[in-house]
Design a protein around this ligand. Structure first.
Ligand code: OSB
Ligand code: MG
Length: 368
């Protein structure tokens, strides 16, 4: 394929309620979409960067700049570009994985739409439905948290993830365990809010039988995670630290984690995400699909990825309605039994609703 034109579309999706994590409070999803036009088909990608560099170093304005200034000129010069060629073509340009992932996703969508194949088929999916969990933000009070969890369980979610931070860890976990019992699949995510000095505190979570503790320490502190993993019984899962198949293998081999959260955007795209999956299957480490408050585009692709065989834990693949009153695609929804159906149509298998896009539009520009 040859890229004819690329449009960067920025939309603002109001959240149904503020989403608080250890790194901040979000009330709107500032989403950057990449629309690639080729002679054969149009493709859409979604960039998972946030407005500010609070989860990773990337941020939306930076992604727009690096795409426009450096990535597109390289890709547009290719007369026969395939999605598998995007990462190699951009490999000499360091970092910026979220920006690269968005471009690769758009090219892959165009390629698959042209070929009449779905993301799930292309990536190697083996299930037509995936089990879904939900990420629950930090709340002001325990009763508020329990109300939220009540609602999510009533919707069918099969696993609850509580966001934690110092001062909001043991008490919410204890309250949820007491209310719902030991059978509830429960895990926590600290988004790097702790240090090695918190080992004893994190060890007190052991009695609650959590599935895992996600990214307790700094992104770069792999050795610290290995020390922590040796000191506690709850499995350690890495999110922020895993940026590639290589870093996943290293983290696992050094004992820094025994579970991996795979987020395509964080690792440079769905093709690298599949590589990480394959490494984890080889090393017998369970994986699950993370989320970055994606619109229906990223949500559909994540569900396709989660249909691969190594995704043995429920992902943060929640319904569009978990975050948005109005998604930019037809809403993706979990069934009453907490599963989501994997899209089967060509490419992402979902389409942008032009009227909604127009309503939520912040800016759009042709960049190539
Ligand atoms: O760490 O998993 C995370 C949202 C934004 C940034 C980072 C994370 C999250 C979530 C929500 O936990 C996942 C989702 O449901 O999209
Ligand atoms: Mg996380």
């Amino acid at each position: 394929m040859k890229i004819d034109r690329v449009e960067l579309v920025r939309v603002a999706l109001p959240l149904v309620s503020p989403f608080r994590t250890s790194f901040g409070i979000e009330t709107t999803r500032d989403a950057l979409l990449v629309r690639v036009l080729t002679a054969e088909a149009e493709g859409w990608g979604e960039c998972v960067a946030m407005t500010e560099p609070v989860y990773s170093s990337e941020y939306v304005d930076g992604c727009i700049d690096v795409i426009r200034r450096f990535f597109l000129p390289v890709l547009s010069a290719h007369d026969d570009l395939r999605a598998s060629g995007v990462a190699p073509a951009l490999a000499h340009l360091h970092g910026h994985r979220m920006a690269k992932a968005a471009l690769e996703m758009a090219v892959l969508d165009a390629e698959l739409r042209a070929a009449g194949r779905s993301f799930a088929t292309e990536l190697g999916g083996v299930r037509d439905r995936v089990a879904c969990g939900v990420s629950v933000g930090i709340m002001d009070t325990i009763p508020e948290l329990l109300d939220a969890v009540d609602g999510y369980l009533a919707e069918g979610y099969v696993r609850i993830k509580l966001k934690i931070e110092p001062g909001w860890d043991l008490a919410p976990v204890r309250a949820v365990r007491e209310r719902y019992g030991d059978d509830l699949m429960l895990q926590v995510d600290a988004n790097t809010a702790y240090t090695r000095a918190d080992t004893a505190l994190l060890g007190r979570l052991d009695e609650f039988g959590l599935l895992l503790i996600e990214q307790p320490l700094d992104e770069e502190d792999l050795h610290g995670h290995a020390l922590l993993a040796a000191a506690v019984t709850t499995p350690i899962c890495l999110d922020e630290s895993v940026t590639s198949a290589r870093s996943a293998r290293d983290a696992i081999e050094m004992g820094a984690c025994s579970v991996v959260n795979i987020k395509p955007g964080r690792v440079g795209g769905y093709l690298e995400a599949k590589e990480i999956h394959d490494v984890c299957v080889e090393l017998e480490v369970p994986v699950w699909c993370g989320g970055m408050v994606e619109t229906g585009l990223g949500r559909a692709a994540n569900v396709a990825l989660a249909s691969l065989p190594g995704f043995t834990l429920p992902g943060d693949t929640s319904s569009s309605s978990r975050f948005f009153a109005q998604d930019i695609t037809a809403p993706l929804s979990v069934d009453q039994d907490g599963h989501m159906t994997v899209p089967t149509g060509p490419g992402l298998g979902v389409d942008v609703l032009p009227d909604v896009l127009e309503d939520l539009l912040v800016s759009r520009e042709w960049v190539g």
